[in-house]
Design a protein around this ligand. Structure first.
Ligand code: SF4
Length: 118
């Protein structure tokens, strides 16, 4: 069974193939962006209170939630934005901290090694 493809069939197959490639390309690009590691320019992950370093330093996403009876060194004016260790761009809600390399802390957070910014 050897038959030649009509011009109409050839054009239809070409259109179907191009559509499939476009969909596959878009899906692949989205997956690549989501999987891009932070070192390659992707967003840095946020520190969570369950992170081992965060647990060791009693990191809180919000300084307002710190129990001053449990952490007597805590004072209400202490939060990441007033800490020497916070870097990054002022005004960003999540910023790098020297104690959590490769991750971002909440600008309104706090941990027990807070040091007043000069
Ligand atoms: S060291 Fe400072 S900036 Fe870093 S988490 Fe602790 S309080 Fe926030």
């Amino acid at each position: 069974m050897n038959r030649t493809m009509s011009r109409r069939e050839a054009l239809r197959n070409l259109a179907l193939g191009a559509g499939t490639l476009l969909v596959a390309g878009a899906a692949g690009a989205a997956a690549t962006e989501a999987a891009k590691p932070a070192a390659a320019g992707g967003p840095l992950p946020h520190v969570t209170p369950a992170d081992p370093t965060a647990m060791a330093l009693a990191y809180h996403d919000s300084a307002a939630t710190v129990d001053a009876t449990k952490f007597p060194t805590y004072k209400p004016e202490q939060k990441c934005t007033t800490c020497l260790q916070l870097t990054g761009k002022a005004g960003d809600p999540w910023r790098p901290c020297n104690l959590f390399p490769g991750k971002l802390v909440n600008a309104d957070g706090w941990c027990k090694v807070w040091v007043k910014k000069a």
